[in-house]
Design a protein around this ligand. Sequence first.
Ligand code: TXA
Ligand code: MG
Length: 344
Amino acid sequence: MNTLLLSDNEKDIKTAGEILSRGGLVAIPTETVYGLAANALDGNAVKNIFKAKGRPMDNPLIVHIADFDDIKRFSLVSEIPEKAYKLSERFWSGPLTMIMPKGSAIPDEVSAGLDTVAIRFPSHKTAQAVIKAAGCPLAAPSANLSGSPSPTTAAHVMSDLNGRIDAVLDGGECSVGLESTVITLAAEKPRLLRPGGITVEQLESVIGEIEVDDAVLNRLRDDEKAASPGMKYKHYAPKAKVTLVFSSDKAYIDFVNEKNEKDTAALCYNGDAEFIKLRTYTLGDKDDYKSQAHRLFKMLRKIDGNPEIKKVYARCPKPDGVGMAVYNRLIRAAGFEVITLEEL
Ligand code: TXA
Ligand code: MG
């Protein structure tokens, strides 16, 4: 299959809409990461997303809308919980996904057989325009091969999916850089399933206390069932082996400077780089969690671009605020391998 490269002008957005409305796959920009979109109401189109990504069929997809009223108009959920109205007023459109009881229009391929569905209203204007042009809600996971870092540019998408999908629409670099915050409102108590750009503190300021699922910060035991199926898979990992180093600045610098310079890299903060002998890839300033979120996947992909690098020692922020999202992605990229020189 020849993958079309589209721009974010009116004509190409219309073309993307046409491809989607006849059951094709188009990768589209959002404010978080690029998504691989298909008509969410067409089970066969959605099946092709799983094939193109190599994604396990038991991992459900997020349904993207371009207007709050799309939820009712397309019968996406059976009930809109009171807290969903409150959160939508404050955080939609934006990087927040809410899980609700699923409606009659949702094919099993989207919900992976669960009785719930994840809904997101992205703030990216091009994403909204493509949804409107397609005339239907769009199911879209991140537009990477399953397991690899999520794509934050059209070039990342092409490097994973060229020849496997109908088109990529280039809308520039994603501003947040990590996937949306996922909260379920289908359980008795609201529960955070995946941290993102909207923080626990922000959510609690609108709906009161929320639970944080165990799988957000910890490895699930083999016999534990994931509330969010995506959490059980190794994720976001570059080809090199990543190990997190919980440490003070000085101890980290001393630690990495003892490593072999040829095949090892440091994924570190801006302030560390000048003291390190190895190749460095910087996430941003130590306290700038937004920059770390924005740069993390880009740096993991950059590391992948250098086949000499076999090992990466990464710094990792405290799991507070947006730091929780960076921690959650990094610890999965590392397959939970951590060296603790000093507690975070
Ligand atoms: O920012 C984002 O959310 C991006 C952009 C493209 O919108 N999308 C994205 O999709 O990250 P994906 O498929 O890579 O991640 C969706 C996560 C997975 O961990 C999945 O298991 C979980 O949401 N999920 C989806 N539907 C669910 C449901 N009904 N119940 C529990 N978890 C669900
Ligand atoms: Mg993903």
